[in-house]
Write a new protein. Structure first.
Length: 232
């Protein structure tokens, strides 16, 4: 079976322009793949480059070299060299992403924040809202909060809005950066169930999960990122 995602010899460093142009190597020689229905968890100490790798896959960071190959039905795209317009299109049809922080347009209602990826993909607004509502219920977001802007919510509620938005559409690839970090036990269990369902539907998942109980429940394979540590 062909991998959904292949990373080949990926490397990344940062130039600290406000600190005299200091060069900060992060990772080098990163290589792994993710199959349909597989959850690969990135492991390693804080600062090893786990979040940087997710951001390179999603196209938020440009890598210094290597290939990030995303396979769809109609072909393969190298995210490492793709222009911004192509990356934006991939996010609409092929890549979901749950970050540690909610980034939503101010004053937009929570159920519209969640439904937006489906609406952008062409689904009718009412149907997108219905699917969003079902997921908000599963994540224990009270219905009285749905018409409100999530900027006013607690940290845990904001994270559940973030999760609902990222999980709503079925895309070939799902990226998770600490999705359960601020959740209680009941909501962690809900997220584990959602991840398990995505895997059954053939979604490839790359996740950063520090909670060992959650990681043991969802990860099929661990990748120790510290072995890709870059040197100056």
């Amino acid at each position: 079976m062909a991998a959904v995602l292949d990373l080949v010899d990926v490397r990344k460093s940062f130039t600290m322009h406000l600190q005299g142009g200091a060069h900060l190597p992060v990772v080098a020689g990163v290589h792994f793949s993710t199959q349909p229905g597989e959850c690969v968890a990135l492991a390693g100490p804080s600062g090893a480059g786990k979040s940087s790798i997710l951001k390179m896959i999603f196209g938020n960071y440009r890598c210094d070299g290597g290939n990030i190959l995303l396979r769809e039905k109609d072909g393969v795209t190298d995210i490492a060299s793709a222009p911004p317009r192509t990356i934006i299109a991939l996010r609409r049809r092929a890549m979901g992403y749950v970050s540690q922080f909610l980034r939503a347009v101010p004053r937009v209602a929570a159920h519209d924040v969640v439904a937006e990826p489906l609406i952008a993909a062409g689904l009718a607004r009412e149907e997108a809202r219905q699917r969003a509502a079902a997921l908000l219920r599963r994540l224990n977001i009270p219905e009285r909060l749905w018409p409100l802007a999530p900027a006013t919510f607690s940290g845990g509620e904001q994270q559940r809005i973030n999760i609902a938005r990222g999980f709503l559409a079925d895309m070939p690839l799902l990226l998770l950066d600490e999705p359960t970090a601020s959740l209680d036990a009941d909501n962690r269990a809900a997220v584990i169930a959602l991840i398990t369902e995505k895997k059954r539907r053939g979604v490839a998942i790359v996740a950063i999960v520090h909670d060992e109980e959650v990681r043991d429940a969802v990860a099929d394979r661990l990748i120790d990122i510290s072995r890709f540590a870059a040197t100056a």
